[in-house]
Design a binder for this molecule. Sequence first.
Ligand SMILES: Cc1cc2nc3c(=O)[nH]c(=O)nc-3n(C[C@H](O)[C@H](O)[C@H](O)COP(=O)(O)OP(=O)(O)OC[C@H]3O[C@@H](n4cnc5c(N)ncnc54)[C@H](O)[C@@H]3O)c2cc1C
Length: 378
Amino acid sequence: MDLTFSPEETEFRDELRGWLTVNAPGEEPRGDEEAQYAFRKAWQRTLYDAGWAAVHWPREYGGRDATLMQSAIFFEEMGRIGAPLPANVLGLLLAGPTIMAWGTEEQKERYLTPILSADEIWCQGFSEPEAGSDLAAVKTRAVRDGDDWVVTGQKVWTSGAQYSKWCMLVARTDPEASRHKGLSYFLMDMDQEAVQVRPLVQITGEAEFNELFMEEARIPHENMLGGQGDGWNVALTTLMNERSGLGFFLQVRLRQLLDRLVREAGENGRIDDPVVAEALGDMHVRTETLRLLAYRGLSAIEQYGQPGPEGSLTKWLWSETNQMLAQLAVSVRGADSLTTGDSWAYELLRSRGNTIEGGTTEILKNIVAERVLGLPRK
Ligand SMILES: Cc1cc2nc3c(=O)[nH]c(=O)nc-3n(C[C@H](O)[C@H](O)[C@H](O)COP(=O)(O)OP(=O)(O)OC[C@H]3O[C@@H](n4cnc5c(N)ncnc54)[C@H](O)[C@@H]3O)c2cc1C
């Protein structure tokens, strides 16, 4: 693909840069989750008000009808100024695209704009205690009762559930059907007594994710996304978007972290150690490879309309590279970085989950082997 900017793309970048010069969000608060969330919500609102919240979304839902290349420029520019993730990242990258692909006109009308404006935050209720990698093993069940579905079961590791109004919920609607076929996909209102959210504290000390208990929660039938029994295919749309969309954003963030480490290694003289210099050079090559892979993923979306299984490769390589970078940073910075509450200590601890969230590395390797390389299933 051609990575040189066209005059329109250059104009788009310049307009965004100009806007960011005036509207950059400033330093994100650290150590206070509520304050950080409020900051990210305010940032998303600022983006939305100026039409920058999801540039490739249709204008009628608050986007800019941008091309995927312009979208890539958008993420690169956000990375350049070190902008935080917007509060509704799962809504923007997962729920929105899934609703656009599967939703009725009424559903698109109802849900898309509040996702962009961050008025309604979304979470992803897929994983359960006995169904993570094996999503088809979902046990949460939904039983039809008049115009509603009544949902009982448990989800786990639900990121951002504490802030969410809506949940992308996969539940079993047909216990008789074979595993994948018995699932349906719902848009569940979190704002009801029958839905309980309990925080889970991570190794970083944050409670980013939660357990979710549903005890006869009610979901109107009109909130089913796709048809009854389509849950598996709708969920795959969400997962493909998760791996490719986040992949693009995360490779930009990886570059930001690497640039910072190179700067710090220059300041404390560690870059003069050939072993450190070589490790930094290796990280540079990996980061650049990921950037090109992420662009290739975009051109695949342009061709086929939806992200394909190649996004799994980007997510797999990103997660391993991010862990290597955090480990390298801590060894370059020395023990202080672990004892002083340095932000690298946070990166080191948070990165442990990278090879699990959004699909474990083993599962992604299986997808790449079978669906990208076409190797036989064992
Ligand atoms: C930070 C973080 C945030 C998350 N946020 C969310 C969220 O918002 N919503 C949500 O629904 N989930 C979320 N998750 C859950 C995540 O999707 C699951 O943890 C993940 O899918 C793995 O499932 P599991 O934990 O049940 O592990 P398991 O599936 O039990 O896997 C255990 C081990 O077995 C390996 N394994 C399993 N099956 C195979 C196989 N077929 N071949 C080879 N190896 C295999 C796995 O790779 C892993 O190493 C989050 C997880 C993390 C860490």
